[in-house]
Design a protein around this ligand. Structure first.
Ligand SMILES: NC(=O)c1ccc[n+]([C@@H]2O[C@H](COP(=O)([O-])OP(=O)(O)OC[C@H]3O[C@@H](n4cnc5c(N)ncnc54)[C@H](OP(=O)(O)O)[C@@H]3O)[C@@H](O)[C@H]2O)c1
Length: 272
């Protein structure tokens, strides 16, 4: 089974932009609440701190799903594997559970980095591999380049953005999506619909948003510095949104609010 669809890993905790005691506290709270999947990246500069927080949590390594992502600056034959080994040393693990390419390369040629990912996987440095921020076209192309299944394309996914083309590509290619910016960095709360729907279920606006994402078949990465939010973001398995409420939320995707816009960083592609 795809690792992110295992029950204990469907609700992942993201670590960007956490550092220092804020990161330690957030990860320890997340562990206490029940999160077992954690997301870091070379670019976040917090792999070592994330590893330290997890090691000191008392949870057995086998019960955790640790994801890290490779910085596009390391997508060369010389730098790629040494950078993965440096990540493993920083996190203090023999291998990560999931290794992702953080962004497509700036030149759009996805093949070289994907082949290097396959090598990292074959060497046992990662239990599974995947990508992040790929377009639908890149998902289709990726499938022709590597033999190892790609376990996810981690993308911006929330109810204010129409990602139906990526969802279609996910079904077609067998590369499932997973989410980041799941509450659109707070933007979702400007829409009254989530609190209104929440009243009927006895749930908060954030819980409605996150449940909608899960019911779209998309595992979550959420992040909060606040214990109450870390907890409530996790407590979303005891209710199901009706088809009618799913449709009402679907209608909001036409809002077209994107957090990560083309041109913001050199690697951000032309989105679908
Ligand atoms: N692959 C990529 O390129 C990529 C890009 C961005 C992020 N990510 C990953 O995805 C994770 C999450 O994404 P994100 O942090 O960018 O966006 P996000 O989850 O949409 O937004 C995080 C913000 O939402 C607030 N929040 C969270 N839960 C809340 C709740 N229940 N009620 C009210 N406010 C709430 C948090 O504030 P408080 O602290 O005040 O609760 C925090 O400032 C990151 O940590 C990172 O691991 C990946």
């Amino acid at each position: 089974m795809n690792i992110y669809f295992q029950k204990s890993f469907q609700r992942g905790f993201g670590t960007y932009p956490l550092k220092g005691s804020e990161l330690q506290d957030a990860v320890h709270t997340a562990i206490a609440v029940g999160y077992r999947a954690f997301d870091t990246a070379q670019m976040y500069g917090n792999e070592a701190e994330t590893g330290e927080a997890l090691a000191s949590s008392g949870v057995a390594r086998d019960d955790l799903c640790i994801t890290t992502k490779i910085d596009p600056d390391n997508y060369t034959a010389e730098k790629f594997l040494p950078s993965v080994e440096a990540s493993l040393r920083a996190i203090k693990v023999d291998r990560v559970d999931v290794l992702l390419l953080h962004w497509p390369p700036a030149d759009g040629d996805i093949a070289p980095a994907l082949r290097l990912m396959q090598t990292a996987h074959d060497k046992g440095l990662a239990g599974a591999i995947g990508v992040s921020n790929y377009t639908a076209g890149m998902m289709r192309e990726a499938r022709t380049i590597v033999d190892v299944p790609l376990v996810t394309n981690q993308v911006e996914f929330h109810p204010l953005l129409d990602q139906s083309k990526l969802l279609a590509a996910a079904s077609e290619t067998g590369i499932p999506l997973s989410s980041y910016a799941s509450v659109a960095r707070g933007e979702v709360f400007k829409h009254g619909l989530f609190a209104e729907i929440g009243e009927a279920y006895g749930k908060s606006a954030a819980q409605i948003v996150l449940r909608w994402i899960l019911q779209k078949g998309v595992p979550l990465n959420t992040m909060s510095t606040k214990a109450a939010n870390i907890r409530s973001n996790f407590e979303i398995m005891d209710f199901t949104l009706s088809f009618v409420d799913m449709d009402r939320i679907d209608a909001l995707t036409a809002t077209g609010h994107r957090i990560i816009k083309t041109g913001m960083l050199p690697w951000v592609p032309e989105w679908d």
